[in-house]
Design a protein around this ligand. Structure first.
Ligand code: F6P
Length: 323
């Protein structure tokens, strides 16, 4: 398979590290003498033919920038066959024989559709939720987790001074990986995730009571947005205990900011590998990482895998909170 022109796009929710990843794709392609084009606004840009030439210089000073210079979108038009066919004819018209798609599961499903029409595709996992089953790491998670940890550490200072309870809502519509990781890192009293049915008495109230018995006078509850809203959790705590919790919703602040070293390195390696896979004649692949090594998997196989919160994380949290 001879690769002549690669298009790179970012799609779905943005994640810090997307820019270093685009940079790595562009630089690796250029290194091999292959042309590289940026596609704006994910699959919408592919349908509209909204592309621009990228060379090694055009991605200078992007390694440290959050967001995505390519913009991103969740394309409704691309979800049906008509939109996909339009995108394929744009690819053919513009001479884009290969696409590197950076994003989450939805992005991968889009890439698989392109692949069925004969476009070479390689996907790179990027989402702060870290919920892509075929990889144990997705670009953006580390930065988002560190942002949330920094914010919660600040909250803890004032919660400790006033001997209060704080309920913090972190992102994660369908997944609690971010909430669990952040909860462990900030020493949360309780963590609620969408993957586990909530037994409020056991999972929250008893934990606060136990912390009180252990001599603590401030409590930090971390809740993933998909498990419950922070305000609903706070209201229930108020009803059950003599406490008046304060609510903080971290929201999109978790998606911004300078990517951490870990995100920059993973993004750079994954971007490099995506181009190398295309050059090796591979298509319909997802770049993934396990235990520090990088590999790739067929998109169809990757999309049917599942991933769950590690029992060890739950056990460690229980041990740390004395329950
Ligand atoms: O998938 C990433 C994510 O940040 C989720 O954690 C969150 O639920 C969602 O995107 C928010 O999406 P939007 O930016 O469209 O509000």
């Amino acid at each position: 398979m001879s690769i002549k022109r690669i298009g790179v796009l970012t799609s779905g929710g943005d994640a810090p590290g997307m820019n270093p990843c685009v940079r790595a794709v562009v630089r690796t392609a250029t290194f091999h003498g292959i042309e590289c084009y940026g596609i704006r606004r994910g699959y919408n840009g592919l349908i509209a033919g909204d592309i621009f030439k990228l060379d090694e210089k055009s991605v200078s000073h992007t390694i440290n920038r959050g967001g995505t210079i390519l913009y991103t979108a969740r394309s409704k038009e691309f979800m049906d066959e008509e939109g996909q066919k339009k995108a394929v004819s744009t690819c053919k018209f513009l001479g884009l024989d290969s696409i590197v798609a950076i994003g989450g599961d939805g992005t991968f499903r889009g890439a698989r559709a392109l692949s069925k029409y004969g476009i070479n595709v390689v996907c790179i996992p990027a989402t702060i939720d870290n919920d892509i089953s075929c990889t144990n790491y997705s670009i953006g998670f580390d930065t988002a987790a560190n942002t949330a940890i920094e914010c919660i550490d600040k909250l803890r200072d004032t919660m400790q001074s006033h001997e209060r309870c704080s309920v913090v809502e972190v992102m994660g519509r369908n997944a609690g990986f971010l909430a669990m990781y952040v909860g462990l890192a900030v020493g949360a009293t309780a963590v609620l995730v969408p993957e586990k049915p909530i037994d409020f008495e056991h999972d929250v109230i008893e934990k606060i009571r136990q912390a009180r018995l252990n001599g603590f006078s401030h409590y930090m509850i971390v809740v993933a947005e998909g498990a419950a809203t922070a305000s609903a959790v706070a209201a229930k705590i108020k009803e059950a205990l003599d406490l008046d919790p304060r609510v903080t919703v971290l929201g999109h602040i978790q998606r911004g900011g300078t990517p951490t070293g870990r995100d920059r390195i993973n993004a750079t390696k994954m971007g490099y590998l995506a181009v190398e896979l295309l050059l090796a004649g591979k298509t319909n692949r997802i770049v993934c990482t396990h235990a520090g090594s990088f590999t790739d998997i067929d998109i169809d196989e990757g999309l049917v895998m599942s991933k769950s919160i590690q029992q060890m994380e739950v056990d460690v949290l229980d041990a740390m909170t004395g329950l």
